[in-house]
Design a protein around this ligand. Structure first.
Ligand code: 9MR
Length: 381
């Protein structure tokens, strides 16, 4: 760590100590400062680091967000604008403008593009499932999936590196999610499972862009062993049937008190898919650390020094684990779900502090702790 950052770091720590009441202002370094340290540079030996953005973040080169993005991230995903309801709201209407601009921006700045998401039960227009006033037949829905996936993926062939082909297909009860997809398509090929809509989407995506990485993305895989096993079994069966799935996306919407050691076991479960496909991968696709536990209200969360330490510890433990996965050659991309505290989806019901950059766009103490890990690991080697 250079002299400059040392001084900054000390001042950040002093400020953190004196501002026990406010998690959002524990550093005097702004993420967009020219000389602020860069996350993706720090992790360049391990994995790409990215975040979810919206079109307005990349519109104005003089904006703070724009500068933060270019400094810190070498992979990006759109938070909402590349979802089915936005790209393909009606059967014969596609709206590509925002995603086109996003892909151009990434290309101009050597940023790897993730596409999120082709098939999801949420943010998906109803026309997919209707034939007039009736439910559409399985054949019709599978045709629509093929057309939807082929049109989108082939448009960005060679330009979108990774697609979340399907999102959140395992339900909270750990069975295949009951959705319009699984309900209406069902076990179309009669092989005893209802993965047919998933298989069709992956096959169409592979055909449209043979070089794109194809991901099955889900939440709670890191925290629920039952869900990790369920995902393992589903992907195993599909891989054995030749469905072109390249990796599992761990969303990683975790809590401040997450048990990171326990997470390692769940990553291991999914890693075993390498026994079937030696190139099988894991990606971290939507990382954030919720500062509220289940049922907690704003009044229950006091931002003390202890709280900030715990927050930082969760992040550093996670990044240590992710570096281990990178060392094993199974992980090369880690993406945060949002740019800073102020724009996180987790502010829905209470003011939240889930990111490494606060709502004033200052770097948190946790940011410095995380950014130092790769260099510390090198030193220890
Ligand atoms: O962050 C997204 C939020 O702005 C949307 O309102 C929400 C709609 O469901 O989707 C959020 O992103 C989700 C992502 O697409 C899939 N995994 C969970 C994310 C957070 O809900």
């Amino acid at each position: 760590m250079g002299h400059y950052y040392f001084i900054k770091r000390i001042s950040a720590a002093l400020i953190a100590a004196s501002m026990i009441l406010c998690a959002c202002s524990d550093s005097a370094v702004f993420a967009y400062d020219d000389d602020a340290p860069s996350l993706c540079e720090a992790y360049s030996d391990y994995f790409r680091v990215g975040c979810a953005v919206n079109s307005w973040d990349i519109e104005n080169p003089n904006s703070e967000q724009y500068k933060i993005i270019l400094k810190n991230f070498n992979t990006l995903v759109m938070e909402n604008e590349s979802k089915p309801e936005n790209l393909h709201p009606k059967e014969d209407e596609y709206y590509f403008d925002k995603f086109d601009e996003f892909v151009d921006f990434c290309e101009d700045n050597d940023i790897v593009v993730r596409g999120h998401t082709l098939i999801w039960h949420s943010q998906c227009p109803d026309w997919f499932f209707k034939d007039g006033n009736e439910d559409a037949s399985a054949e019709l829905i599978l045709e629509r999936i093929k057309e939807h996936v082929t049109t989108i993926v082939s448009r960005y062939k060679g330009r979108v590196s990774t697609w979340d082909v399907v999102n959140e297909v395992i339900g909270d009860d750990v069975s295949l999610r009951y959705s319009n997809w699984s309900r209406l398509v069902g076990d179309y090929d009669g092989d005893g499972d209802k993965y047919d809509f998933i298989e069709t989407a992956f096959r169409a995506a592979r055909e449209a862009d043979p070089d794109a990485r194809l991901i099955i993305n889900d939440y709670s895989l890191e925290s629920s062993t039952d869900k990790a096993i369920r995902m393992y079994n589903a992907v195993k069966k599909m891989l054995e049937e030749g469905v072109p799935i390249d990796g599992v996306g761990f969303q990683m919407h975790i809590g401040k008190d997450a048990d990171v050691e326990a997470m390692r076991e769940n990553y291991r479960i999914i890693s075993r898919l390498r026994e079937i496909d030696p190139d099988f991968l894991i990606e971290v696709t939507e990382l954030d650390v919720n500062c509220y536990g289940w049922g907690q209200e704003e009044k229950d969360v006091e931002i003390t020094k202890k709280f900030l330490k715990e927050f930082s510890k969760t992040y550093t433990d996670v990044f240590e684990m992710l570096m281990d996965l990178s060392d094993e050659g199974i992980l090369d991309s880690v993406v945060f779900w949002g740019l800073h505290d102020g724009v996180s989806w987790l502010n829905g019901s209470h003011k939240n502090y889930p990111m490494l950059i606060d709502r004033d766009m200052k770097l948190k103490e946790a940011y410095f702790d995380v950014i130092e890990l790769p260099a510390e690991r090198k030193k220890a080697e």
